[in-house]
Design a protein around this ligand. Structure first.
Ligand SMILES: Cc1ncc(COP(=O)(O)O)c(C=O)c1O
Length: 423
């Protein structure tokens, strides 16, 4: 494995695929996965709570997904033209997603949020996007604003780009508000109502639940001001409920961006919404000045659609979402008990099969409160948990494959790791 890590380091910046890196001393290369477990190139077993950063909601190599992919692998895997599987999945998405009458495919979650924002601008004829500090909407140029603004924090509503290379002019097109603060959003909308195309929100931002009334308030504000409400359901879609955050929190947006779970572990995303808006992306009407370009070579990729269909069929089985609730709750309750027993200020926030460790006892309601804990210790704790055989990146995405026994091991690993960081 050391050789592979050295090769990775030589041929990729930081020896990483994307924007995330484990600490060097626990860095690893994965080779196999089955159910709740993955194995590194040295054959060491881990309980996987990263799950590909979320797509592997069923766990690895689920028999239904593997069987469906085996059968599909000799079909044309990419067609560009229509294929049966992409149509079947589109129908399933439209049935499941409360705001959807139609969908349009992308490949990544970042595509889906970009398309949703583009559609909103095309539909409203306005340019500005309102997003929330600390919210992650993917890697596109509009999304990478104030996701993790370092100090000094800018004053609201000014954005702070999260990456070099983003044209400065785009900073004028994005407004930032504090999550869960409806009166701040109301004041901002009041002063700019005619400029704002959309409010884009992760209904559960990172792992922070919306306050009662917050999403309803955004919905009402959008309705009153001709603004579209967009939910980024890339994480929450099919995870917090079959109908995603829209079902869980009972608020239906105008548009929603989906990714992760819908491709069953293969790259696939979608933007969903009512026909009135989605029709703007009809390429047969490309001469229309409001025509909105959405597409790419691998959109509707057959293999990804097959994996997505197979995954969604398993998620539709009786008891699945109750299981997610139970697993997530056991972890969050167990973590709280461990932190209090060892006198370490900390909690696990989140809902359903999502949890995130935050080392503070302060209520976590927005970005600033989520950063109010001991961040260095938080990072160290995540690494200690990995060192002891439970993969996580501070956040825990639990899969359906997690057994009660696995959860017992995860909690005892957390306890051992807490002891290690406190000595
Ligand atoms: C809420 C949210 N939106 C969008 C994205 C971007 O998705 P992708 O990494 O597939 O581009 C992510 C990725 O983690 C996400 O968590």
């Amino acid at each position: 494995m050391e050789e592979l890590l050295a090769t990775a380091d030589r041929v990729m910046p930081g020896g990483t695929f994307g924007s995330f890196a484990l600490e060097r001393d626990v860095d690893l290369v994965l080779k196999k996965g089955k159910g709740s477990k993955v194995y590194d190139s040295n054959g060491r077993e881990y309980i996987d709570c990263v799950n590909g950063s979320g797509p592997m909601l069923l766990g690895h190599a689920h028999p239904s997904v593997v069987a469906a992919l085996r059968e599909a692998v000799e079909w044309p895997s990419n067609t560009y033209l229509l294929n049966e599987y992409g149509i079947q999945l589109a129908e399933k998405l439209v049935d499941a997603i409360p705001c959807a009458e139609q969908i349009k495919y992308g490949v990544t979650g970042s595509d889906a949020t970009l398309y949703a924002m583009r559609l909103a601008r095309a539909f409203t004829g306005r340019d500005k996007i309102l997003k929330f500090e600390g919210g992650f909407l993917g890697g596109n140029e509009y999304a990478l604003m104030s996701m993790r603004p370092g100090k000094p924090l800018p004053d609201f509503p000014a954005p702070k780009p999260d990456s070099a290379g983003i044209p400065r002019v785009l900073e004028q097109q994005v407004l930032i508000a504090p999550f869960n603060d409806l009166s701040a959003v109301e004041a901002l909308v009041k002063s700019r109502s005619q400029e704002i195309a959309a409010i884009v929100v992760e209904a559960q931002q990172r792992s922070i639940d919306p306050r009662p009334g917050f999403l309803e308030g955004l919905r009402a504000l959008c309705d009153a001001n001709g603004i579209l409400l967009i939910f980024d359901e890339v994480v929450t879609g099919f995870r917090l409920a079959w109908g995603g955050a829209q079902e869980r929190y009972g608020v239906v947006p105008d548009l929603a961006a989906y990714g992760k779970v819908i491709g069953g572990g293969l790259p696939l995303s979608a933007v969903a919404g009512p026909k009135e808006i989605m029709q703007l992306a009809d390429p047969r009407r490309a001469a229309d000045p409001r025509y909105c370009f959405i597409g790419g070579t691998t959109c509707g990729n057959g293999l990804a659609a097959v994996a997505g269909m197979a995954s969604l069929s398993v998620l539709q089985e009786q008891g699945v979402y109750q299981r997610f609730e139970d697993v997530g709750k056991r972890f969050r309750d167990g973590a709280k008990e461990i932190f209090s027993r060892y006198g370490l200020p900390g909690q696990a926030i989140g809902a359903g099969p999502i949890a995130q460790i935050v080392l503070t006892d302060n209520p976590v309601v927005d970005y600033r409160s989520s950063m109010s804990g001991n961040l260095a210790l938080q990072k160290k704790l995540a690494s200690e948990i990995v060192r002891r055989g439970v993969l996580n990146h501070g956040k825990f995405y639990f899969s359906l494959a997690i057994t009660d026994d696995d959860m017992g091991r995860i909690l005892s690993t957390l306890e051992d790791s807490v002891k290690a960081v406190m000595t």
